[in-house]
Design a protein around this ligand. Structure first.
Ligand code: ATP
Ligand code: MG
Length: 441
């Protein structure tokens, strides 16, 4: 295993001062998989104060849990003292952590065998729970007794599914059964921690693992709307799956972008509540995009997503099924409604949605999206006015014309903007000044 020079250096300094030190956890796992780790964690027998004394630049990131960040060449490395987690009384946090001199004890407290390996050049790979073999055979397995481990920290259940999605691994039988049994205890876990794991799962190479989040009973706890989708049949010629299966397939077909994948996850969230059945047995879902945007907002708020992500996802959910007749004017209006900066995302959402439907009118639907994309490109290339700011006049011009400052300025600009959107050739300074003068007569 090739440790980066800085990691090697930190380990050397600790070892030459009489301590043990290893790279540990995710970085060891990723190295064995031939992936480049996104960060390096070090575990050591040295106490936090001893670590701090040996390095010139350190931060007390989680000193009460034994973690000191050592800064080298602008990169922070988390150096954590070997520890045993004390009793978990609430299914979330250990009551206290105790430092230990034993690497084995430290590895035992970790969640999965593939995350419980340590490495340094002098001792080689330390793999006490068969992590290497599980990595080779693609298995997520709890360290020790899965029921006990999930009782200590219920978040580990969702982490198991997240790792299975990131790595394309299966969850070992007893570990999976323990998740099914203890799923209701996820209720104790904060929304923020659930969000982190869900984003990783949803943006992974295997977002379809969200099906297991449902089947184990976990979505029911923090996202019951998903269960309703999974249980919602859609008898409709455009569809061949339940709402939930369509959602899962659409997620897998969309690019692995956070906003786009979350949009796919939520785009049909309102179908179960908007469902109606015609006399011929066909289902319809009138207004589900608008209602869906409202429901998506509640879900994203509940999971404590930031406002920017929430707004962008809800906007895409709301517009996912918009299909105006294509001409320059309609598409300009659509770009303005959706926001130019969101339009490429909307096109991706539409493609994934279409490809997860039945073959009915598939070619026409794809041709429509292609045409929409083409006209969008034309409008952008033409530099058409798509924002009030793009107008060749501004508020200052109106003030000079004698319009009193305040609301009226905005109203005049908006009227002129609407006219320019109808007819982009009006966007000439003289033309707009004349228009404004006429309006103020
Ligand atoms: P990622 O690539 O997502 O960072 P990771 O394996 O590094 O994956 P982290 O959440 O950064 O995951 O945690 C680092 C290590 O700490 C894990 O590999 C695991 O050994 C341990 N760990 C993290 N969270 C838990 C937990 N809830 N219970 C037990 N061990 C945990
Ligand atoms: Mg990590």
């Amino acid at each position: 295993m090739n440790l980066p020079a800085d990691v090697q250096n930190i380990i050397n300094v600790l070892e030459s001062n009489g301590h043990e030190a290893y790279a540990v956890g995710g970085c060891v796992r990723d190295c064995i998989l031939g992936k480049i780790p996104h960060d390096w964690d070090i575990t050591t027998s040295a106490l936090p104060e001893q670590v701090k004394a040996l390095f010139s630049r350190t931060f007390d990131t989680g000193i009460e849990h034994g973690t000191v960040t050592v800064l080298m060449h602008g990169i922070g490395y988390e150096v954590t003292t070997y520890r045993v987690d004390g009793k978990y009384e609430d299914g979330r946090h250990p009551k206290e952590v105790t430092f230990t001199a034993s690497l084995e004890e430290d590895l035992k407290r970790r969640d999965f065998t593939i995350n419980a390996m340590a490495y340094n050049d002098s001792k080689g790979l330390v793999d006490l729970f068969g992590g290497k073999q599980d990595l080779d055979s693609g298995i997520i397995r709890a360290v020790g007794n899965p029921t006990e481990r999930f009782t200590e920290d219920a978040l580990r259940m969702l982490r198991a599914l997240r790792f299975s999605a990131q790595l394309g691994f299966e969850i070992e039988h007893a570990t999976y059964q323990a998740i099914k049994e203890l799923a209701p205890t996820l209720e104790r876990i904060s929304a923020e921690r659930i969000q982190v794991e869900m984003v990783k799962l949803v943006t992974s190479p295997h977002p379809e693992k969200i099906r297991d989040v449902y089947e184990t009973g976990l979505t029911k706890i923090f996202f019951p709307e998903f269960d309703n989708m999974m249980e919602c049949e859609q008898v409709n010629k455009h569809h061949m799956y339940t709402v939930g299966e369509h959602t899962i397939v659409a997620m897998g077909l969309a690019p692995a972008d956070k906003v786009i994948r979350l949009t796919m996850m939520l785009h049909d969230i309102a179908k179960p509540v908007c469902k109606t059945t015609e006399e011929n047995g066909q289902n319809h879902f009138k207004m589900h995009p608008v209602k869906g945007a409202e429901m998506a907002r509640l879900v994203l708020r509940r999971l404590k997503f930031d406002n920017d992500t929430t707004d962008r996802v809800c906007n895409l959910v709301k517009n996912h099924d918009d299909r105006p007749e294509i001409n320059q004017r309609n598409v300009r209006r659509m770009i303005i409604r959706v926001g130019q900066e969101n339009f490429n995302d909307l096109l991706e959402v539409k493609k994934a949605d279409c490809l997860a439907q039945s073959m009915y009118h598939r070619e026409e639907k794809l041709a429509y999206i292609e045409e929409l994309e083409r006209v969008f490109g034309e409008i952008v290339a033409a530099g058409d006015c798509l924002k009030i700011k793009d107008l060749k006049i501004n508020g200052k011009d109106l003030i000079e014309m004698g319009v009193p400052q305040g609301q009226r300025i905005g109203e005049v600009l908006k009227t002129i903007f609407d006219a320019v959107v109808e007819n982009p050739s009006l966007n000439e300074r003289e033309t707009l000044l004349t228009m404004a003068r006429d309006m103020l007569q």
